[in-house]
Write a protein that binds this ligand. Structure first.
Ligand code: CUA
Length: 332
């Protein structure tokens, strides 16, 4: 957050310079044509000006080379912009697999961030430099928009839906976080900061938390408190499908289609279980709509994501998944 006036916020992420270069290219192209057209208008007005009130201009019946030129040249320029923008956009939309995951909720008028290790923070986000960070978030009330100007990333927070932004911070320091969608009287106060730290420093900061348990441990606790584990066992013996190794894989549905198991699908299946019913199971699960905060849903999502038996990377939950036998099976 340097002092003095600058046209652009500091470039503090890997994508920032690419977004700026594309933006500057589009500005340059449009400025060039704006100047060209303005100059020609003025020049021709002066050149063909006449004092004779009865003068009639020469009639022109078209020119094939001219028409081809003003069709093909803009076409080629717009194709260049399209291809270039698609390249940047795809990278903006696709977080790398090994990204550090952070959850967030927006509400009037604050941002609440949840780190997987259990740390919570409000209107402040601590991240390590040099590592991709993916923030998955939703809104608890109205539309907001998470905007990190120095990272050149922004996405709307939409009630009932998960959005993501990702970035790799390249410079240590503090940067702005804004709400970029008008959300009520204190919209302008819905601001925060992101603190980019050395990775070791970040680890130390995480360890200095309250020790409330990791997000997936909180999810595991909820999973048994809500008696989810009575139906979702670690094998397929329960009334509901096993959730082990489900995340990231395609899932066959009762209606014959299939769905990618991502955060949004897990959230939907908790809140409206019948929306996309898994093939081979009865619609027995009750809805948890209105019973769980978005933060609790995120903890459950993170727990389901942690249920992995194979060693495709470091295991994120040490606990044996969902095998606690229920004391009293719940009636559905
Ligand atoms: Cu939240 Cu504007």
């Amino acid at each position: 957050m340097g002092s003095g006036f600058s046209l652009f916020p500091e470039q503090a992420s890997t994508i920032a310079s690419r977004v700026d270069n594309l933006f500057l290219f589009i500005v340059a192209v449009t400025a060039f044509f704006a100047v060209l057209v303005s100059v020609l208008v003025i020049w021709f007005a002066a050149k063909y000006h006449t004092e004779d009130p009865l003068a009639v201009g020469e009639s022109i019946h078209g020119s094939i080379p001219l028409e081809l030129a003003w069709s093909i040249i803009p076409f080629l320029i717009s194709i260049v912009i399209f291809a270039w923008a698609a390249d940047v956009y795809f990278d903006l939309q696709r977080p790398p697999d090994q990204a550090l995951e952070i959850y967030a909720t927006a509400k009037r008028w604050m941002w609440k961030f949840q780190h997987l290790d259990g740390q919570n923070e409000i209107n402040e986000l601590h991240v390590p430099a040099g590592r991709p960070v993916k923030v998955t978030f939703t809104s608890e009330d109205v539309l907001h928009s998470m905007f990190f100007p120095s990272f050149r990333v922004k996405a709307d927070a939409i009630p009932g839906r998960y959005s993501t932004v990702w970035f790799t911070a390249t410079k240590l320091g503090e940067y702005h976080l804004f709400c970029a969608e008008y959300c009520g009287t204190k919209h302008s106060g819905m601001i925060g900061k992101v603190v980019v730290m050395e990775p070791a420093e970040y680890q130390a900061w995480l360890a200095g938390g309250l020790g409330a348990g990791s997000l997936s441990q909180r999810g595991e606790q909820l999973f048994s408190d809500l008696a989810c584990n009575t139906c979702h066992r670690s094998d397929d013996s329960g009334r509901g499908p096993s959730l082990v190794n489900k995340f990231g894989a395609p899932q066959e549905l009762a209606n014959g289609t299939s769905v990618a198991v991502n955060e949004a699908y897990i959230r939907e299946s908790i809140l409206t279980p019948q929306a996309k019913l898994v093939a081979g199971y009865q619609p027995l699960m009750p809805t948890f709509q209105g019973l769980l905060s978005e933060e609790s849903v995120m903890a459950l999502v993170e727990y389901v994501k942690s249920l992995r038996t194979t060693s495709g990377g470091e295991p994120r939950s040490a606990a044996e998944p969902g095998v606690t036998p229920p004391a009293t099976p719940q009636k559905k």
